[in-house]
Design a protein around this ligand. Structure first.
Ligand SMILES: *[C@@H]1O[C@H](CO)[C@@H](O)[C@H](O)[C@H]1NC(C)=O
Length: 357
C-alpha cells in the first residue's frame, strides 16, 4: 500500500534472497528424511565374545590421543583423557593407548610418566567400585550422591584416600607445568642427564617410549595395565607435516608395528571417555557377525561439559549430532567429524591391496 518506486532493485534482491533461502531450507531437509536410531546390547556382545571363565574373543583396539602444545592444552586435562582410557572396561591386554605429541615437549613426556604412575592406583579403584566417569577430574567434580548404589563399606575410605592421591598428582603435574614455563638456554635435559631430543620442535628424530607394558605395567593389586605409548613423530624442516592428519598417519604406522590392533579409536587431548563401556559399544557394531565386515567406522557423538543449563548459544550441537548425523546414517552413514571415531584398520589400508612383486 506504500509503494516506493525508487527501491525496486532492493525489493527484487530481497525477493530473490527469500526464494533462495526457501530452496536451501528445502534441500537441507532431505538428508534428515530417514533418521536411524541404533541401540547396542552389551550383554549379547559378552555372550558372543566375552564369556565368563573363557579367554575373551574381543578384538584388540589401539587408541590415539593427539596433543600439540602442552601450554595451550593443559597436561592435567590430557592426563585425565589418558586415565579414562587406561581404566576402560575392556580386556587390558587388548587396549593400547598412544599419545601423539606434535610439539615434542618434554612436559608432555614427563606428565605422561606421572600419569602412568598414578594409573597404577586409579585403575584398580575405578574397576573395584565401578566409578563413572573414569577421568578423575570429572569424577570428583560431580555433584551427586556418590554413595548411591555403593555397597562396600570400605568405599568411603578408599574414595577419600584416592581423592587425596589425585590432589597430590595434580600438584606434581602443576609443578611440571611451572617448570616448563622457562626454557633453559641449553634446552631441556632429561632425568638421566642427556639432552631432550625434541628441543627443536621443527627438527628432531622420532621418539617412542612405552610406559606401561606387559612386564612393567602392574597396578597396586598386581593386575596388568593397558599399554601406554608416547610418540613424537620425526620432524624435519622443509617437509609438509600435515598437522593432525599427519600425526594420525604416523600413529597408524607406529601402532601397526607395536600392537597392530584390529581397530583404532581417536580422541583429542581435551576429551575423555564418559562411559567405561565405550569400546564395547563400538564393538557391538564392528564385531557384528552380519554387518561388521561392511562397517568402516563408528562415529561417537561429542558431548560437552561446562555449558550453561539452557544452552543459549547452541554449543551442544544437538541438531548436528542428534538429528543430522542420524539422518546421514539413513542415507549411507554419518560423516567422520575428525575425532571420537573408531575405525576398522583394514578399511583404512584398503580391502584390495595391489601386491607388488
Ligand atoms: C556422562 O554420562 C552420564 C551417565 O550416563 C550422563 O548423565 C552425563 O550427562 C554424561 N556427561 C556428559 C557431558 O554428557
Amino acid at each position: 500500500t506504500h509503494p516506493v518506486r525508487d527501491a525496486y532493485g532492493l525489493w527484487l534482491v530481497s525477493v530473490i534472497c527469500e526464494i533462495w533461502f526457501a530452496l536451501s531450507w528445502l534441500l537441507d531437509q532431505f538428508p534428515k528424511w530417514y533418521p536411524i536410531n541404533r541401540e547396542t546390547y552389551l550383554d549379547r556382545l559378552a555372550l558372543r565374545y566375552d564369556r565368563e571363565g573363557e579367554p575373551s574373543q574381543l578384538c584388540p583396539i589401539d587408541i590415539f590421543v593427539s596433543t600439540v602444545d602442552p601450554l595451550k592444552e593443559p597436561p592435567l586435562i590430557t592426563a585425565n583423557t589418558v586415565l579414562s582410557i587406561l581404566a576402560v572396561d575392556y580386556p587390558v591386554d587388548k587396549v593400547s593407548c598412544y599419545v601423539s605429541d606434535d610439539g615434542s615437549a618434554m612436559l608432555t613426556f614427563e606428565s605422561l610418566s606421572e600419569t602412568a604412575e598414578f594409573a597404577r592406583k586409579w585403575v584398580p579403584f575405578c574397576k573395584k567400585h565401578n566409578i563413572e566417569p573414569r577421568a578423575p577430574e570429572f569424577y570428583f567434580q560431580q555433584k551427586i550422591d556418590y554413595l548411591k548404589d555403593k555397597i562396600q563399606p570400605s568405599f568411603v575410605k578408599e574414595r577419600r584416600a584416592m581423592k587425596r592421591e589425585y590432589e597430590e598428582f595434580k600438584i606434581r603435574i602443576n609443578a611440571l607445568v611451572a617448570k616448563a614455563q622457562k626454557v633453559p638456554e641449553e634446552g631441556w635435559t632429561m632425568a638421566d642427564g642427556t639432552a631432550w631430543p625434541g628441543n627443536n620442535p621443527r627438527d628432531h628424530p622420532g621418539m617412542i617410549q612405552v610406559f606401561l607394558g606387559h612386564s612393567g605395567g602392574l597396578d597396586t593389586d598386581g593386575n596388568e595395565l593397558p599399554r601406554l605409548v608416547y610418540v613424537s613423530r620425526e620432524k624435519r624442516p622443509g617437509f609438509q607435516h600435515h598437522k593432525k592428519a599427519g600425526a594420525m598417519n604416523a600413529l597408524i604406522r607406529v601402532s601397526a608395528v607395536l600392537t597392530n590392533g584390529a581397530y583404532l579409536l581417536n580422541v583429542d587431548c581435551d576429551h575423555y571417555f564418559n562411559s567405561s563401556k565405550a569400546l564395547r559399544e563400538a564393538m557391538c557394531f564392528m564385531m557384528d557377525p552380519a554387518l561388521g565386515r561392511k562397517t568402516c567406522y563408528v562415529q561417537f557423538p561429542q558431548r560437552f561439559d561446562g555449558i550453561d543449563l539452557h544452552d543459549r548459544y547452541a554449543n551442544r550441537n544437538i541438531v548436528f549430532f542428534d538429528i543430522n548425523m542420524k539422518g546421514l546414517d539413513g542415507i549411507q552413514g554419518p560423516m567422520y567429524v575428525g575425532t571420537g571415531c573408531c575405525f576398522n584398520r583394514q578399511a583404512l589400508y584398503g580391502y584390495d591391496p595391489v601386491l607388488s612383486e
